[in-house]
Design a protein around this ligand. Structure first.
Ligand SMILES: C[S@@+](CC[C@H](N)C(=O)[O-])C[C@H]1O[C@@H](n2cnc3c(N)ncnc32)[C@H](O)[C@@H]1O
Length: 255
């Protein structure tokens, strides 16, 4: 059922612009959590200062590149090289918007075509990342195991994967739902999975052989995710409101 779900197709054309306009008018505590987390990595990166090529971040499902520009600007002073930011975006309209945004900030276009199932362009770049982020895109993945495995494979050892997704239904069977966003102004279809399904996918992604290796992991033995943090949050920003988002941070470890 979910194999046929190509979540990005629904953002093509005018929907991309509508989504971005609505997003810019609404607070998103999930985005703030991600930004704060990336910020929290900086002192350690500065302290270790080992970056020969600069530190790097990959944002998957980066949309129009809003967060790419934010991370780039915010961490310009990181070291001589700054923070290299890359994106993956399967929706052509979104990718074009991202390209324009990066251009207007005089940044190189580093948005790859790809999806949670397809990291081939990133792989060709032969780059490992210190952090991978995903702001409300991972729930669109058709194959969660492949998604976690792709991220695992392109992270440097000790690197983090931080993502926010809509809150998970504890018991619902896997099915595709029509979810209304921004108080009903936009409807988006995506597969809902149980909490169990997410945990299993995270586990399975590292207990099966990784398909490719990051630049510093030439012979990568079976690895492991460490759960660094996870919490639910309310989209309305109201502490007592319904918890409708899930924020997770995983770290790439070795056995
Ligand atoms: C809700 S938007 C979020 C965009 C951006 N991260 C932001 O916060 O503004 C979801 C994004 O996920 C992308 N997406 C959908 N399916 C995807 C997939 N299978 N792999 C990667 N990205 C996907 C869409 O094209 C869209 O840009």
């Amino acid at each position: 059922m979910t194999k046929s779900h190509k979540g990005w197709k629904q953002y093509e054309g005018g929907v991309a612009k509508t989504y971005c306009e609505l997003r810019d008018r609404h607070e998103n505590p999930g985005r703030q959590l991600l930004r704060k987390f990336v910020d929290s990595l900086m002192p350690d990166w500065r302290y270790r200062g080992y970056a020969r090529e600069g530190h790097s971040l990959l944002d998957v499902g980066c949309g129009d590149g809003l967060d790419l520009v934010f991370y780039h600007k915010e961490h310009k002073s990181l070291d001589a090289h700054g923070l290299w930011v890359y994106g993956i975006e399967p929706c052509r309209t979104m990718a074009k918007l991202a390209e324009r945004r990066l251009q207007s900030e005089r940044m190189r276009n580093t948005v790859f075509e790809g999806s949670w199932d397809d990291f081939s362009q990133v792989r060709e770049e032969k780059r490992g990342f210190d952090v991978v982020t995903a702001c409300f895109s991972l729930h669109h993945a058709t194959d969660l195991v492949a998604a976690f495995r792709n991220v695992y494979s392109c992270l440097h050892r000790g690197g983090h994967f931080a993502f926010v997704v809509p809150a998970l239904a504890p018991t619902v069977d896997q099915r595709v739902v029509n979810a209304s966003l921004f108080g009903g102004e936009l409807t988006v279809r995506y597969p809902v999975r149980t909490v169990q399904a997410w945990y299993e996918a995270i586990d399975r992604s590292v207990s099966e052989r990784c398909v490719w290796k990051s630049v510093d992991e030439m012979e990568s033995p079976p690895g492991k995710w460490k759960w660094v943090h996870h919490t639910t949050f309310s989209m309305s920003g109201d502490e007592n409101g319904e918890k409708d988002g899930w924020f997770v941070v995983l770290k790439k470890l070795r056995w």
